[in-house]
Ligand binder design. Structure first.
Ligand code: PBG
Length: 335
């Protein structure tokens, strides 16, 4: 056997029968001891969908075991999530009314603003993250202001900034812009700083792809675009160097955590982002990824728990420090 000491360029020449990797796979205790990737509920963020009204707890057909919750119910759900040791929740809103500029998205008494206050009044540790985007609040379903049939970048920044500040005022711990307008992280950072929230972190959806995997979410959040699609602002699935450019711009503009979305079809992007920045990396295990597992499990074709663990482990192994996932409660219950 050649010793490794001091020779980092040359591997010792060793192979079967001296090498037997199976020795370390003999028992669960042994496997657990040498496991390279582990995951705890503290790294997870669970998405919640807040709807107008009272006493509402309605299962979302496209996302089994996830619910539309009115403000009173969302606080109860958040308590359950907190007790499970899950790191945080991310809030999405289904407003009572939509208009072309998404006014309810930045109203002080909007559903998300109310939900933040309700959750903060009962949960002392759970992190409340908010999704900052107009698509759930606009009548046309796009993530920005539409003029001449096009989503306008710069006029949208002002509205996103107002939304982020209104979430901060209601008590959000982290804001997460998901719209993919150019310059939005910088605009939101400036607005937060000016409003006295210099200490509030931004989790930016930095590399967000125009993906078919958002299908079930758009049904859940009633946010499908009424014309066209999002390819004019979300990223093209073929690109990875562009993801690094988006990440660099967001870091320069003040993002604290960088997110890649979706997760499973973009594990290489998660890895590339992890290697390119010295900030925490998040990944969104999106609605379509979850729905596929649930649908196959309902058919009896897969072992749901094992598949969930394998998927979340793979996202973590690729480099995600934080994972947003609809599996969070299931994972935590069985952790
Ligand atoms: C809002 C937003 C979307 C998701 C998160 N924030 C939908 C979209 O961009 O169309 C998708 C989340 C999921 O699919 O689980 N822009």
């Amino acid at each position: 056997m050649t010793p490794l000491g001091g020779r980092d360029l040359e591997w010792p020449l060793m192979s079967y029968p001296d090498e037997r990797p199976r020795r370390l796979r003999k028992s669960e205790r042994l496997r657990a001891m040498v496991r390279e990737t582990t995951l705890t509920p503290a790294s997870l963020i669970y998405p919640l969908f807040v709807t107008a009204g009272n006493g509402i707890r309605r299962e979302i057909p496209s996302l089994p075991d996830c619910y539309h919750l009115s403000v009173d119910q969302v606080a109860r759900e958040a308590e359950v999530v907190e007790k499970l040791g899950i790191g945080g929740v991310i809030l999405f809103g289904l407003p009572s009314a939509k208009d072309p500029v998404g006014s309810e998205g930045y109203a002080d008494d909007g559903v998300v603003q109310q939900a933040i206050r309700a959750i903060r009044s009962v949960c002392k540790e759970l992190l409340v993250v908010t999704d900052v985007c107009l698509c759930e609040y606009t009548s046309h379903g796009h993530c920005g202001v539409v003029e001449q049939g096009e989503v306008q970048n710069d006029p949208t920044l002002e509205l996103l900034s107002r939304m982020a500040v209104s979430h901060a005022k209601a008590g959000a711990h982290v804001v997460a812009p998901s719209d993919m307008m150019d310059g939005r992280v910088g605009a939101i950072r400036d607005a937060l700083d000016a409003a006295g929230f210099a200490g509030l972190p931004i989790l930016s959806y930095a590399a967000k792809y125009a993906s078919a995997f958002y299908g079930p979410f758009r049904e859940a959040a009633d946010s499908a675009p009424q014309f066209g699609d999002r390819r004019g602002y979300q990223m093209d699935p073929g690109n990875v160097r562009e993801a690094l450019r988006e990440v660099r711009l967001d870091v320069e503009e003040g993002a604290d955590i960088l997110m890649v979305k979706p997760a499973l079809p973009y594990l290489d992007v998660i890895r590339a982002v992890k290697e390119s920045v010295d900030r925490p990396v998040a990944a969104y295990n999106v609605s379509g990824e979850y729905a596929m597992v649930k649908a196959a499990a309902a058919k009896g074709w897969i072992d749901e728990e094992r598949m969930m663990r394998e998927i979340l482990t793979s996202i973590r192994r690729a480099g995600a420090d934080v994972i947003l996932t609809y599996h969070a409660k299931d994972f935590a219950r069985r952790a």
